[in-house]
Design a protein around this ligand. Structure first.
Ligand SMILES: NC(=O)c1ccc[n+]([C@@H]2O[C@H](COP(=O)([O-])OP(=O)(O)OC[C@H]3O[C@@H](n4cnc5c(N)ncnc54)[C@H](OP(=O)(O)O)[C@@H]3O)[C@@H](O)[C@H]2O)c1
Length: 338
């Protein structure tokens, strides 16, 4: 059983712990929160026994192998540094790091700490359904582009609309928030996983009062086609996500919370791809990560790790290029880019 420590005590950590229970590979031992009271309140119901309000002590004294980091985006970098320096296995929530400078510094640190492992929690690309979609795509003779939609109203936007400050972290540049960072990353991940790194990218954001993009459209251009991402946290979309063949089409009911993938063949006959899904879509990634952490030097696991890490690096670069194209900069960019 992998001993687990956590940073961040909001809803996504509850979901992760529920998935960890289903996976059966993890037991929660240690919780870091900005207050010890909150660490206890959150961690005790899950059986944790160690509680910290100091990050250095959490890493020095906490009894855990794996740390799950689900804190605001701009705080990831320093927390990951500490985790690597303590040779931990790290599951870092998406988007892992804010820009390529942060990424390359973390990559160098990992090289100096060969026992540490860092994976990004891009849950959707670990599901059986996504893999089935990938296999089907490989059989399609022509690909003429894709349209991925990741647009879902966030109840946290109510506060921005009401002008209630402080605005939620995810709607602020200080915490490297916004629709592209929060939901667009799922579309970028899907595109990079299915088609590789794009040749060029451009993002057309709609800004909101708190200084970030609330909604937007991104275009990722490849040799022979373009992928369009419809992104947003200030509106709900009911569109499916599609990859266009010639007469055939591959349809994901949702690209980030996939429950059904359907292949419409050349005669427009629908074939539902067979994989089962977990109601909690974090289970597959946690199973994948446990297989790596339980055998961190196994050749096959290292090959998968490299694949995930390369993907994370490409996604990080594409996200940054998209932001640059729209002049969307964060304080973390000037802090860390020399
Ligand atoms: N995979 C997914 O489906 C999914 C879904 C949602 C979010 N996420 C990712 O998970 C991460 C956290 O998202 P979230 O919406 O939960 O963020 P959040 O609510 O803004 O913050 C998460 C936790 O970080 C701590 N925190 C809050 N404000 C902080 C601050 N100013 N400085 C340092 N720590 C602070 C809090 O824990 P304490 O009070 O205990 O310190 C809080 O519970 C993000 O990277 C996000 O992209 C992933």
């Amino acid at each position: 059983m992998l001993k687990l420590g956590i940073i961040g005590t909001n809803i996504i950590t509850d979901q992760m712990l529920d998935a960890a229970k289903t996976s059966g590979h993890y037991e929660l031992t240690a919780v870091y929160s900005r207050t010890e009271e909150r660490a206890k309140e959150f961690g005790e119901p899950y059986g944790a026994t160690q509680f910290f309000d100091n990050l250095e002590r959490f890493f020095d004294e906490g009894d855990f192998d794996v740390v799950y980091i689900a804190s605001p985006n701009s705080t990831h970098y320093l927390q990951v540094r500490l985790a690597i320096e303590n040779d931990k296995f790290i599951i870092l929530e998406k988007p892992a790091l804010v820009n390529p400078e942060e990424f390359s510094q973390i990559e160098s640190l990992l090289q100096a700490h060969p026992k540490a492992r860092l994976v990004e929690a891009a849950r959707h690309i670990h599901t059986g359904l996504f893999h089935e979609g990938q296999k089907q795509l490989a059989k399609m003779d022509h690909v003429q582009g894709a349209n991925f939609t990741v647009r879902k109203y966030s109840s946290r936007y109510d506060k921005v609309l009401a002008g209630e400050k402080p605005y939620p972290n995810i709607f602020t540049p200080e915490f490297a928030g916004g629709a592209l960072q929060d939901l667009g990353v799922y579309g970028v991940y899907a595109s990079v996983t299915l088609f590789g790194a794009p040749n060029s990218v451009v993002y057309f954001p709609t800004m909101v009062a708190s200084g970030v993009d609330g909604l937007g459209t991104a275009l990722l251009t490849y040799d022979n086609f373009t992928v369009t991402l419809n992104i947003g946290k200030t509106a709900n979309s009911h569109l499916v996500s599609e990859v266009y063949g010639l007469r055939d089409t591959l349809v994901f009911d949702s690209i980030f919370d996939t429950k059904q993938v359907t292949y419409f063949d050349e005669k427009q006959t629908a074939h539902d791809l067979p994989a089962k899904y977990y109601e909690n879509s974090m289970v597959d990634e946690l199973n994948d990560f446990a297989a790596l952490f339980e055998n961190p030097d196994d050749e096959a696991q290292l090959a998968r790790y490299k694949e995930w890490f390369d993907l994370a690096r490409t996604v990080n670069g594409v996200m940054f290029n998209l932001r640059e194209s729209a002049d969307l900069m964060f304080p973390a960019d000037s802090n860390r880019i020399q």
